[in-house]
Write a protein that binds this ligand. Structure first.
Ligand code: FNR
Length: 356
């Protein structure tokens, strides 16, 4: 398989159609879902000549975590729906690739086990933890401690989900619960024996429209680790994030799964990058399928990008090996596009190299 599209086709063969729809789908008419990818095709690259290098270095450092490339694993839920090895396979593949995996709070594997799997492969894996702040702050704090103890290096708070997006494919398929045997392991009540835990003691993730900047300040007071927020689309919110001492932002529309008809992330990136003005790292996800997409995002001001569905397709198609292949494919594709644009390092790409 040579492209992410081929991985998606293979994954589709392996997956229960209901689960395929869960992974592939977006909110309502899926206009944003489609636009995330289409937006890249509206942008053209302007390469520079006679200034590249045979010794390209794709590695970056983000908030104290090094990554072998500016392509990270975005947090996605329920990996054991895609493959029996679930998040363990994804973590091993990400660790082998030397890239950062942002582990979803809604993982079907406990964060301790994910971290142990990553450490089998790399001594110091770059694991970050995605959080949905729960209205029960004591419980949220317990999850934070648990993730810290497991060795994660940053928290990524998802802020685009005051309520859950309306996923009409899931409604049509009546997909609202995990199948028997699978649970959101990180939400088991603390103090409970993990191996003997009973599914009825696993909490549901609660979305809360009552979250505000005070909650971010609360979290910053509870951890020394960097706190990023994920799901920023408005430049004013990017400014506020800097003002409130957030360590980094992820420009994201949740892969088109939350509010439909919001812009493609790549289309709002320039205004957000300019609002942030280099004060903190800006990450972006949504629709990245090619090395040229990565080049465009970096040129327009992202420090790194995340990939969600491509990783799930790799996992469903071939477990750990599938994820490894997807990450290597994206790395090679990016390296090739970087070379063609006259870059030696991700930071060499500049906004003038993208034309609408
Ligand atoms: C997600 N995403 C997501 N985000 C998050 O913060 N917590 C989560 O648990 C999930 N779960 C999740 C499940 C599935 C199946 C998908 C497709 C996405 C959003 C994810 O982090 C990211 O923003 C998008 O997936 C990026 O878009 P692409 O790369 O899938 O186009």
């Amino acid at each position: 398989m040579r492209t992410i599209a081929e991985f998606e086709a293979a994954a589709r063969q392996h997956l229960d159609p209901v689960h395929y729809d869960y992974f592939a789908g977006g909110a309502q008419d899926e206009l944003t879902l489609a636009d995330n990818e289409a937006a890249y095709n509206r942008l053209k690259l302007l390469p520079r000549v006679l200034r590249g290098s045979d010794k390209r270095d794709l590695s970056i450092e983000l908030l104290g975590t090094s990554s072998s490339m500016p392509i990270l694993v975005a947090p996605t839920a329920f990996h054991r729906l895609a493959h029996a090895d679930g998040e363990l396979a994804t973590a091993r593949a990400a660790a082998r690739a030397g890239t950062i995996m942002i582990v979803s709070m809604a993982a079907t594997t406990a964060i301790e086990d994910v971290a142990a799997a990553a450490r089998e492969v790399a001594p110091d894996p770059g694991l970050w933890f995605q959080l949905y702040l729960q209205p029960d702050l004591e419980f949220t704090e317990a999850i934070v401690r648990r993730a810290e103890n497991a060795g994660v290096k940053a928290f990524v708070v998802t802020v685009d989900s005051p309520v859950l997006g309306r996923r009409e494919r899931d409604d049509r398929n009546d997909f609202h619960d995990l199948p028997p045997g699978l649970v959101v392991e990180n939400l088991r009540n603390l103090g409970e024996n993990r191996s003997g835990g009973n599914a009825s003691h696993v909490r549901e993730i609660v979305m809360s429209a009552g979250l505000n900047w005070d909650h971010i300040a609360w979290l910053r007071g509870k951890t020394k680790l960097p706190v990023l927020i994920k799901g920023v689309l408005h430049a004013e919110d990017a400014r506020l994030a800097v003002h409130h001492g957030v360590a980094g932002i992820v420009v994201s529309n949740h892969g088109g799964r939350q509010l439909d008809t919001v812009p493609a992330t790549i289309d709002v990136l320039p205004e957000i990058a300019s609002a942030v003005g280099g004060a903190i790292p800006v990450l972006l996800d949504g629709g990245i399928r090619r090395g040229t997409d990565v080049v465009k995002a970096l040129a327009l001001g992202a420090d790194a990008v995340g990939v969600g569905r491509p990783v799930v397709w790799g996992l469903a198609a071939g477990g750990r090996e599938g994820v490894t292949r997807v990450l290597e494919l994206l790395r090679d594709d990016f390296d090739q596009a970087l070379a063609m644009c006259g870059g030696r390092h991700p930071a060499d790409l500049t906004p003038d190299q993208v034309r609408r």
